[in-house]
Design a binder for this molecule. Structure first.
Ligand code: NAD
Length: 257
């Protein structure tokens, strides 16, 4: 499997490159970055800023970059017949639509969080929501490093949306922080709170609060290999999958078969 990595100089790009280097069935074909980012002197895979110049039919493009670069990578991948693993968060509606359109022509795995532990957290949350009374309040606290660009995290949004859907709450039930005289908490609300500081890689806690008791489900990513292993599994999956838009759940189910 030949992989072209977009955002190769970033925190995730470097972690993914390291994990791919340990996989015998993978060749890192090229690394793509913004023109402003100088190539490292490490004897590694070719480095450049034009994805189209590197990618060929049958390659797998892996991107952890920016929302605009994610949409561009999807378009180039679809055009060149390459599959895509996309991990950038904070995409706008038109960028999300760009990925969906590209997935009509090629296989794309997209996940706000490639950690298999977060996949387990999402499944545990679904179980917990079915086990506690519907009156219990749901709140989410996420912590990330000070350099993170988007808030709340894509993972916190996904956890909140899935909980809201399970509870039958409207999309407007998601509440990003509270300030001022907000009044008592409505029943159909899911609060999301984003902490930023230091070097936290990714920490998500879901609190289910009842009267006189509460339960917390929490996942902590200690380093970025937590995501990189899921990325490798997703790359192996898309390399042979027919065109379509896939989630990490589908990757994990295929791996379990
Ligand atoms: P980062 O800022 O360290 O790295 C991003 C890299 O992308 C930078 O080196 C930047 O120069 C490069 N880049 C930006 N635009 C580009 C373009 N047009 N072409 C090529 N390269 C470009 O950020 P990070 O911590 O690595 O995170 C990147 C993204 O991945 C963020 O959206 C983050 O939220 C997300 N993320 C997702 C997961 C997941 O599991 N899905 C995990 C961690 C981070």
């Amino acid at each position: 499997m030949r992989v072209v990595l977009v955002g190769a100089g970033g925190r995730m790009g470097r972690a993914v490159a390291q994990t791919l280097a340990g996989a015998e069935d993978v060749t890192l074909k090229a690394r793509v970055e913004r023109p402003e980012v100088a190539a490292p002197v490490d004897g590694g895979a070719p480095w450049g800023h034009d994805l189209g110049a590197f990618v060929a039919r049958g390659d797998v493009v892996v991107e952890f970059s920016s929302p605009a670069a994610a949409a561009a990578a999807a378009a180039v991948s679809a055009e060149c017949g390459a599959a895509l693993v996309s991990g950038t968060t904070g995409l706008g509606d038109s960028e999300e639509e760009g990925l969906r359109a590209a997935a009509r022509k090629t296989a794309i795995v997209r996940a706000a969080n490639f950690s298999l532990g977060v996949l387990a957290l999402r499944r545990a949350l679904a179980t917990a929501l079915g086990a506690v009374p519907a009156s219990w309040d749901v709140e989410i606290v996420e912590r990330h490093h000070r350099g993170k660009q988007d808030a709340p995290s894509g993972t916190a949004l996904q956890l909140a949306r899935e909980a809201a859907e399970r509870r039958g709450y409207p999309a407007s039930a998601l509440r990003m922080g509270r300030a001022g005289r907000v009044g008592a908490r409505p029943d159909a609300e899911i609060g999301i709170h984003a902490l930023r500081g230091g070097t936290w890689v990714g920490d998500h806690a879901v609190v289910l609060a009842g009267a006189g008791e509460w339960l917390e489900l929490r996942h902590v990513a200690e380093d970025r290999t937590a995501f990189a292993h899921g990325v490798l599994a997703a790359a192996r999956f898309v390399a042979t999958a027919p065109p379509g838009f896939y989630t990490l759940d589908e990757v994990a189910s295929a791996a379990a078969r």
